[in-house]
Design a protein around this ligand. Structure first.
Ligand SMILES: *Cc1c(COP(=O)(O)O)cnc(C)c1O
Length: 401
């Protein structure tokens, strides 16, 4: 997406505006499928929570991807986007037995991540195949909020509880068709990832009805120039080889699964905002924009870095700015950034705005959430209208007091 195109979209649809490029999404999808092309059966399930607009799900449907879902609502969205229930895996954490039964009734693949629910579900529905989420206890992840594989993590069933899992499986007669791990986001160390997969292979050997092994996700993408990213090609080469050996020992071909979110959509998104005010204080030049942490929470929540460019003045002299939101508390979107000279009314573009940006947006300060546009095959489509005051009031009962 060129700066010129982005600028014209900001004019056409107004700001704040999220823009997604389906071409980049399919290029990333093809990178994974190519990296693992020596595996007989590969399945990529896009993690819906990264970016859940129904049109994005339809893009993945066209790519022949499956979906990874973490709530019954994401399952419903996937079905509405036209996915076959067989192509949806439900991987929630800490949800009720009722919600898991709802997913079962919709016919989607279920993944269970605690022994209590495994036991209850197995007793009631021994014939429904179930996948088990294992926690291999390998430290991974960009920061403590997104690292989910460590010993104190709430995610998965500890690998040390494997004997207990087997007792539950035997006692209930339930069928385990998949084994799964998801160790966290932002994995850049291929060897750490491979160590976790060895633990999963050891566990997998002990389940005779297995149809697939799901290695989760956590692929890191670059946010800054020169940033390290998961070397998907190297991982593909090493893990495919190991997976094929495992299948040979196991006696038949299994499906290798992944469920990436960030890797598939992060770089496909840009977030366009308008500069409301340039304000010089004693120490800092602030650029105040028509958005805030209500629309882009990652900088304040995870200390995430999103690259910011001034697309209205790309050749202007570079100066230092702190780009801040309009929310009535500190919401810094980028501190002390070198950006081409900013004037009020300029359009700034945030990179890596595809994953965990719109999907984490809220109406805090009673602001409208941004509109969303999809660039698909050379055309732009509005895929989410701008909100109005009716959206803010929609479910509020108005009492006469
Ligand atoms: C969030 C999540 C993913 C996607 O993680 P990314 O870092 O976006 O690739 C995959 N699987 C599960 C179970 C998740 O919760």
């Amino acid at each position: 997406m060129t700066q010129k195109l982005l600028l014209s979209l900001a004019k056409k649809y107004d700001t704040p505006l999220y823009v997604y490029d389906s071409g980049k999404i399919s290029a990333q999808y093809k990178r994974i499928t190519t990296a693992f092309s020596s595996v007989a059966s590969l399945r990529i399930n896009y993690a819906v929570k990264a970016l859940s607009n129904i049109n994005i799900l339809k893009v993945f449907k066209q790519l022949n991807s499956g979906l990874d879902t973490v709530s019954i609502q994401e399952v419903q969205l996937g079905l509405k986007a036209g996915f076959d229930p067989n192509d949806i895996i439900f991987t929630p954490n800490g949800v009720s037995l009722e919600e898991i039964e709802q997913a079962k009734d919709l016919g989607v693949q279920i993944n269970i991540d605690n022994i209590s629910i495994l036991e209850q579900f197995g007793q009631k529905h021994p014939k429904t195949p179930v996948c088990i989420r294992i926690n291999p206890h390998i430290m991974a992840g960009g920061n403590s909020k997104i690292s989910v594989g460590h010993i104190d993590s709430k995610f998965g069933i500890s690998i040390h509880q494997l004997p207990h899992i087997h007792r539950v499986v035997e006692n209930t007669g339930m069928l385990i068709n998949g084994i799964h791990m998801h160790t966290g986001s932002d994995i850049y160390d291929v060897d750490a990832f491979l160590r976790a997969t060895e633990i999963l292979f050891n566990a997998a050997e002990t389940f005779k009805d297995l149809a697939y092994i799901d290695f989760g996700s956590g692929f890191k993408v670059p946010y800054k120039e020169g940033d390290i990213e998961t070397d998907i090609e190297e991982l593909g080469k090493k893990l495919s080889k190991r997976f094929n050996e495992f299948c040979k020992d196991f006696g038949r071909d299994l499906t290798l699964m992944f469920e990436p979110g960030k890797f598939l959509v992060s770089e496909a998104g840009k977030f366009l905002v308008n500069v409301n005010v340039v304000k010089q204080t004693t120490s800092t030049v602030f650029a105040g924009v028509d958005t805030g942490m209500n629309h882009l929470i990652r900088p304040m929540f995870y200390d995430a870095y999103h690259h910011i460019e001034n697309i209205s003045n790309p050749k202007g002299k570079e100066r230092f700015y702190s780009v801040v939101g309009y929310i009535c508390e500190t919401d810094t979107l980028g501190a002390n950034r070198r950006i081409n000279e900013i004037s009020e009314g300029d359009i700034l573009s945030f990179s890596n705005a595809g994953a965990y940006c719109f999907s984490m947006a809220s109406n805090y300060n009673s602001r409208y959430r941004p509109a969303e546009v999809l660039i698909h095959k050379g055309k732009d489509y509005l895929i989410r209208k701008r909100e109005t005051i009716d959206d803010i009031l929609r479910n509020q009962e108005q009492l006469t007091l």
